[in-house]
Write a protein that binds this ligand. Structure first.
Ligand code: NAI
Length: 328
């Protein structure tokens, strides 16, 4: 089977280099309407979160003979599933490569913003040993609200319960057994907004969750709230977040994902002008910490991505039931 592997980074190539039973061609470019014709003669495309697998691209893939869309991610909001289904293209994903990686990064963002260790690091390098502006708060005894109660949220819960925090979870499918086992409380969104000192997003991006964090929801939150997003950029209305930060209604923001990240994240843009004014504004706040979608980026996660992806390809090639198929 021939695989066209898009948005290849050096670490992907290294991770997949031992895979010998498939013919993989690596493309550094992202899959989009300009690059879709490169797939001529390939059976499958292997994509990541910022490839654009929309109607136009899917039509081209179909014309070029592609039969399988294999995403190296858990999220699949970058793929138009309805169109893939209409065209008879199968879609497979990696449902969980390391929920620990994302959960631990989520807590790293919280801790860094709280204790400002990113500022301390720069300061002490420059001989500045003052504590001015570094005042934090005890995590112990505070309330954290998680939106989404899946694999990542449960691990975040375990870690934060270890700090002695109260954990509230909103999910459309509350699970009382899990609440007992992990030590969280199921709640509704309004209670979560009103009672949380820290809010963290762990739900998929869907039409219902798009811009869940907007000026209306922000106005219901505690003044000075810390908002953490390691879910998907589109969960947060960026301009409303900026306005919340300016009015100090939002006290901190930790963002591993950003709604326009496709143009910049994962790339070294240090010699380029930043054309995205909202991202530029976010970067000016001392209480905003942006990481470029690195939540997943641990050795264990890369190994799991490779293993599950190769298993997906093997099942497809053998005509077996696809264990990680994404259905409509
Ligand atoms: P999961 O599928 O185990 O859990 C998702 C949870 O979201 C479930 O509890 C579900 O009930 C809930 N949910 C669904 N619709 C909702 C709604 N309308 N409102 C509130 N909750 C809703 O997924 P997992 O593994 O915990 O991942 C969560 C998200 O994290 C993924 O969808 C993905 O977007 C993101 N992610 C980010 C990564 C990163 O590198 N920053 C890496 C992996 C995932």
């Amino acid at each position: 089977m021939r695989i066209a592997f898009f948005d290849t980074k050096e670490y992907d190539r290294r991770s997949f280099q031992g895979v010998e039973d498939f013919e993989i061609q690596y493309f550094e470019s992202k899959l989009n309407k300009e690059t879709a014709r490169l797939t001529k003669g390939f059976d499958a495309v292997c994509v990541f979160v910022n490839d654009q697998v929309d109607r136009e691209v899917l039509n081209i893939l179909k014309e070029e003979g592609v039969r399988l869309i294999s995403t190296r991610s858990a999220g699949f909001n970058h793929i138009d599933l309805e169109v893939a289904h209409e065209l008879g293209l199968s879609v497979v994903r990696v449902p969980a490569y390391s929920p620990y990686a994302v959960a631990e990064h989520t807590v790293a963002l919280m801790m860094t913003l709280n204790r400002m260790t990113h500022k301390s690091y720069i300061r002490t390098l420059q001989g500045n040993f003052s504590l001015k502006g570094l005042l934090g708060f005890d995590m112990h005894g505070k309330t954290v609200g998680l939106i989404g109660g899946g694999k990542i949220a449960k691990i975040v819960t375990r870690i934060l319960r270890g700090f002695g925090m109260r954990v509230l979870i909103y999910t459309p499918d509350p699970d009382e057994e899990a609440a007992k086992e992990y030590g969280f409380e199921n709640t509704d969104l309004n209670t979560l907004y009103a009672e949380s000192d820290i809010l963290s997003l762990h739900c998929p991006l869907t039409p219902e969750t798009k811009y869940l964090i907007n000026k209306d929801s922000i106005s219901l939150m505690k003044k000075g709230i810390m908002i953490i997003n390691t879910g998907r950029g589109g969960l947060v209305h960026t301009q409303d977040l900026i306005d919340g930060l300016k009015s100090e209604q939002v006290g901190y923001a930790g963002l591993d994902v950003y709604e326009e990240e496709g143009d910049v994240f994962f790339e070294d843009k240090s010699n380029d002008l930043l054309h995205d004014d909202r991202l530029a504004r976010l970067l000016t706040f001392h209480n905003v910490l942006i990481t470029s979608h690195q939540g997943f980026f641990t050795q264990e996660a890369l190994d799991n991505i490779r293993e599950t992806t190769v298993q997906n390809w093997r099942e497809f090639e053998a005509g077996d039931k696809l264990s990680n198929q994404v259905d409509l």
